[in-house]
Design a protein around this ligand. Sequence first.
Ligand SMILES: Nc1nc2c(ncn2[C@@H]2O[C@H](COP(=O)(O)OP(=O)(O)OP(=O)(O)O)[C@@H](O)[C@H]2O)c(=O)[nH]1
Ligand SMILES: [Mg+2]
Length: 460
Amino acid sequence: MSEMPRLAVVGHTNAGKTSLLRTLTRDAGFGEVSERPATTRHVEAVELMADGEAVLQLFDTPGMEDALGLADLFDELAGDGKPDGPELVERFLASPQAQGRFEQEAKVLRQMRASDAGLYVIDARDPVLAKFREELAILARCARPLLPVLNFVATPGHRELEWREMLARLGLHAVVAFDSVAPAIDGERRLFTALGTLIEAHRQTLTRLTESRAAEALARFEAGRRMIAELLVDVAALRITLTDEALARATLDQLRAQVRARERSLVLSLLELYGFDRDQGPDEALPELAGRWDDDLFSAEALRDAGLRVGTGAAAGAAAGMGIDLVTGGLTLGAAAALGAIAGGLWQTVSHYGERLGGKLRGFRQLTVDDAIVRLLALRGQRLLEALERRGHAAIERVRLPPADESSWREGSLPAALAEARIHPGWSAIGSRFEPDAERSAAIAELSDAVHVARPTTME
Ligand SMILES: Nc1nc2c(ncn2[C@@H]2O[C@H](COP(=O)(O)OP(=O)(O)OP(=O)(O)O)[C@@H](O)[C@H]2O)c(=O)[nH]1
Ligand SMILES: [Mg+2]
């Protein structure tokens, strides 16, 4: 079997080489990334795995800074003879300048010679200048296939078309667009496929790597949907019995706190699943979202912003976010009926129903979380999952949520599995009587299918 392919990641300083590696390795801690040039000073290797086995070696390299100067030196070193590319590169590497003025460039070319191919990272916002053409000409002398990777293509004002045209003029027709901060869902597949055409000997390995990473990505996505479904079951199934009038308000607060904590734990689990740090999460440090993810979960405003309807007259009750569900020997009053009354006086409402039911009410006074809150939790979970699906590990800013899309969660009836959860308090992992069973698992599986997040791929 041939050795694993080696790929040098090269390019102009600050083009985003280290960032690309962060995204490909899904490791936000790889190397050092900064806005200032010449950040990476040494070659650093990292491996990509397929089914637990290292199959591809990538090398981060320092940025090239003075291609024009190096081109002059190459002319000088070539002299009257006509050395071919690799000969000339060897001459350069043996020259004193390779230890001095062009030390960084020497590291790049040495790594190119020691690799099967190079990924030439381009900041597609840059104008197409002569220095880049020189860089490409010098790299071409290493006699290794080069795949240009257009970075920053998700940034407005990029010059992807100009770059493609220039690259084509140089004979570089296989080019991929891959934004390390906001990569397309199928970006990796396109990158490795293009690479496979350039290094035929390793095509199978690259296909295997692509397939295994795509399977991992899908499994991750499914796990994310399941996590959201589980939260919905936990919240829908949650109920607390009111035992004492004096404790009504405190009980309500307790229920809200439990739901908020449950949402927070979903956020952290999703961040972890996707390999992001908890401090990159969309919470307190994101001013415009602060509250959305915490205190305001139960505000009428959060519901309205998400496009969720709250019945007229029930707005105050929705602000409390709790339905009252009175259970008496199998009789359940829907949450909506009592919703509007919560803010006015929780206990009076309970008593009111108690009177109307006469002797039937036998002290079962239970609080549950309203449907609107369950819908809001579903919508927010979906938006976070979507944001994580689209986020590269090169991203430095905190997670930004995409706008809420039209979704079945906003209107229409809720999935049947949630109605089931409502009558199974034991299904709530945050309730006091957690008793998971096979039906709960089935309900979670069913709800996972209702978690909709588009994973659009680039047009082929
Ligand atoms: N918006 C956006 N920013 C990016 C992207 N890729 C890199 N950056 C930013 O560009 C800057 C340079 O990124 P690096 O990854 O350090 O670039 P480099 O090519 O490794 O730089 P040197 O090691 O200095 O040669 C950093 O501020 C990154 O956060 C991208 O795709 N989109
Ligand atoms: Mg770098």
